[in-house]
Design a protein around this ligand. Sequence first.
Ligand code: SAH
Length: 218
Amino acid sequence: MAYKYIDNYREQGARKKLVEELRKKGIEDEDVLKAIGKVPRHFFFDETFWNQAYKDIAFPIGEGQTISQPYTVAYQTQLLHIRKGDKVLEIGTGSGYQACILVELGANVYTIERQEKLYERTKQILPHMGYKPKFFLGDGSRGIAKHAPYNKIIVTAGAPTVPEELLKQLNVGGILVIPVGDQEMQKMITVLKTGENDYERITLDTFRFVPLVGDKAW
Ligand code: SAH
């Protein structure tokens, strides 16, 4: 694919407008807005589609998958309350855009993708953009036990239930953000781990994600 990593005034201007649009839509966390303002989302698109890159819409990235809508990325990221140095597991690397936002916020990012082509592509592209999360290939519905515990876990695909393994792999004080529902619609759920076996669960707005496919999922 003909990726050209050029960040022109036109794209920078469009990105500023996107940040303002997200602010109007209710994203309040200034650090998250700053990260959205920094990551060149058009780098994830073929040049032919650069005019689509700063619209607040999801977009196909191949293998039947999408780069999430900026509002959704901002919404989930805001719920994670990232602090510098947080160890974060992302399930569903996809394009890698969400991972870049987390890196911008100072997180130590572990990201896992089940589709080999997407894994290979994103693993190759992101370092050229200056982002270096740790990439894993496999079924993230069981988390990555080997590198646990995590301060935060974000699932960027829709799950039928909250996988028990993910809760186990959180630190006490850790937060899981995951869309849960059927394959058409999901509610955003945040789970705060308050003790070794204690959790506080909050159900938020409705979204539509591609399905989380795996052992502990669809
Ligand atoms: N975070 C991505 C959004 C990608 S869409 C971005 O910023 O672009 C969701 C991704 O989750 C898809 O790439 C899909 O292949 C992947 N996925 C689905 N089930 C998975 C699983 N069990 N483990 C890892 N990745 C999974």
